[in-house]
Design a protein around this ligand. Structure first.
Ligand code: F6P
Length: 563
């Protein structure tokens, strides 16, 4: 296996220095209003198509020179070489010494045998598991697979957290119009018992299938919730007289009502789930990059094979595009580098993602793990400290709701917040309000926001509307606030897959500039370790005495007020 090269310190390159100077020029001389007035071709120069997605970068604080300098930097830090190393199965996840091959999860079956990594035919293995999942999902969907009392499964509860939850929830919500087998999915993640209690309350154990999803099968939240679910299932079935409480009847019920998804199939068996009902994946799939693996089993049950295959094709088309498109036209590269432009040269801290489609309401939450668990690092992949800010803070909510909440700060606050606005030409629910097409109302808002951000409103324009002088300043909009508009033809399994792959590669490009390992997540470990110790301290004086004063005082408050 070729050794992955040491990261380049981007900040020490001449390309970085050129961008520092260039930012000063742009900050002093550039406005979007002027850029649009001066160049009638600005929009076509800064627009790109990637499959069914259209990208307009023209309302960013960029010129052709900016993009050239950014791509010089991308080349200086070897984005292309690292991309090729990753796609070839090199161990680019250095701190865990692993390959990073989520791209193989969506490779077509004709690619079987084309990628041997650590002695494994990765695409072959992927398709073997996919075929088992499709066969299983078909049985559940058609009613051949039933609960222990012979009733058809109507509810799936997928239990997982982080990457074993956020992707499936986001896609389930995103593709709801494609659900076609009368099977609802519910997702339980939080260790807070309120989560599982509320989610299970309306369900009937006889018609419920649990999918326990955990890459490691050691995660406290997931195993705790899975045990709760098991107890709920067995008690419920016994109360209904469906099982008699004997070991054999319980084992039979678990077999019919529990399946698992994991890379640790031995632990699945220890937990009591039949290995025949387990679907594997591999340590070269990171949790937050796994929605297109067996982690998405609930999606195949809800939507069926064809929809999932189309979803995978959406990813794969972007994989090929990312690999083959020259950097100058490569949308994930351009977006990643424009994000670097704002983060490192304009020192912006956050990045809003604003989908104008209610079905995408969990997309920003999904992106938070993808982006921040990947790139929130302060050492590089060789252990040396980073020398610039890393990891933008991603956040967002669907439009138009956000317009009535936090957009005020984006329009008139003191911080610059680059934003990705996402919308679709076609709606899943065409409605009319009188003669007015409601979807056009939505799209009108989508277009209005980026226009207001870019071009603002001057004091003279405000005065011309008859605004009394004392409140003119409060009603002005400075403009020059950057945004990218992304317009898809429709929210489909294919376009949603493409969106996820797009952001995966944006993360990769940014991570390469910063020199961080975008595929580990050691930052979550300390909290897990301390939680284990502190939980003991609730009822163990010795463990309590070892805690800091604040923790001790908070535990004392807990004991004093516990009902
Ligand atoms: O704690 C963070 C994390 O490790 C995520 O990276 C991961 O997606 C999540 O926990 C769940 O892990 P698992 O799938 O192993 O239960």
């Amino acid at each position: 296996m070729p050794v992955v090269s040491a990261p380049v310190d981007a900040t020490q390159t001449p390309e970085w220095a050129a961008l520092v100077d260039h930012q000063k020029e742009i900050a002093a001389n550039f406005t979007l209003k002027k850029a649009f007035a001066d160049d009638p071709d600005r929009v076509s120069k800064f627009s790109h198509d990637m499959g069914e997605l259209h990208f307009d970068f023209s309302k960013n604080l960029i010129t052709e020179k900016t993009l050239k300098l950014l791509l010089d930097l991308a080349r200086a830090v070897h984005v292309e070489e690292r991309r090729d190393a990753m796609l070839a199965g090199e161990h680019v996840n250095t701190t865990e010494d692993r390959a990073v091959l989520h791209s193989a999860l969506r490779a077509p079956k004709s690619d079987r045998g084309s990628l041997m990594v650590d002695g494994q035919d990765v695409v072959g293995d992927v398709h073997d598991v996919l075929n088992r999942m499709y066969a299983f999902a078909d049985k559940v969907r058609s009613g051949v697979w039933t609960g222990v009392t012979g009733k058809k499964i109507e509810h799936v509860v997928s239990i997982g957290i982080g990457g074993s939850d956020l992707g499936p929830v986001m896609v389930y919500e995103g593709l709801k119009p494609f659900a076609n087998a009368g099977i609802d999915c519910t997702y339980v993640s939080n260790i807070d018992p309120n989560d599982i209690a509320e989610k299970l309350r309306p369900l009937d154990p006889e018609t419920t299938l649990m999918i326990v999803v955990s890459k490691t099968f050691t995660t406290l939240e997931t195993l705790t919730n899975a045990r709760e679910a098991k107890a709920w299932m067995l008690e419920g079935l016994e109360r209904k007289g469906a099982i008699d409480g004997s070991d054999a009847s319980c084992a039979d019920a678990i077999k019919k009502h529990f399946v698992a998804v994991s890379t640790a199939l031995d632990r699945v068996e220890e937990f009591g789930i039949d290995p025949e009902n387990a679907f594997g994946f591999w340590n070269w799939v990171g949790g937050r990059y796994s929605v297109d693996s067996a982690v998405g089993l609930s999606l195949i049950v809800a939507f069926g094979r064809e929809v999932f295959e189309e979803f995978l094709r959406g990813f794969h088309d972007v994989d090929v595009y990312f690999k083959e498109t020259p950097l100058e036209n490569n949308v994930p590269v351009l977006m990643g580098m424009i994000n670097v432009w704002y983060s490192n040269f304009w020192r912006t801290e956050t990045h809003a993602v604003l989908p104008y489609n209610q079905y995408m309401h969990r997309f920003p939450a999904y992106l938070q793990q993808l982006t921040m668990e990947s790139n929130g690092k302060s050492v590089r992949w060789d252990g040396s400290p980073v020398s610039c800010d890393t990891g933008e803070i991603f956040w967002g909510e669907p439009g138009t709701n956000g317009q009535h909440s936090f957009y005020q700060l984006i329009h008139q606050g003191t911080r610059m917040i680059p934003a990705d606005f996402i919308a679709f030409v076609n709606t899943e629910n065409p409605l009319k309000d009188g003669d007015q097409d409601t979807h056009e109302l939505l799209l009108g808002n989508f277009l209005a926001q980026t226009k207001a951000l870019a071009f603002g409103k001057t004091a003279d324009e405000v005065r011309a509307e008859g605004t009394p002088e004392p409140i003119v300043p409060a009603r002005c909009f400075a403009g020059n606030k950057p945004s990218t508009s992304i317009l898809g033809t429709a929210l489909t399994p294919h376009s949603l897959g493409a969106f996820v792959a797009l952001y995966e590669y944006i993360v990769f490009v940014e991570g390469t500039v910063w020199g961080v390992d975008s595929f580990d997540q050691w930052g979550v470990e300390l909290g897990k370790q301390l939680a284990r110790e502190i939980t003991v301290a609730f009822h163990d004086d010795e463990a309590l005495a070892e805690q800091d004063a604040s923790t001790q005082a908070l535990i004392a408050f807990y004991h004093e007020h516990r009902a």
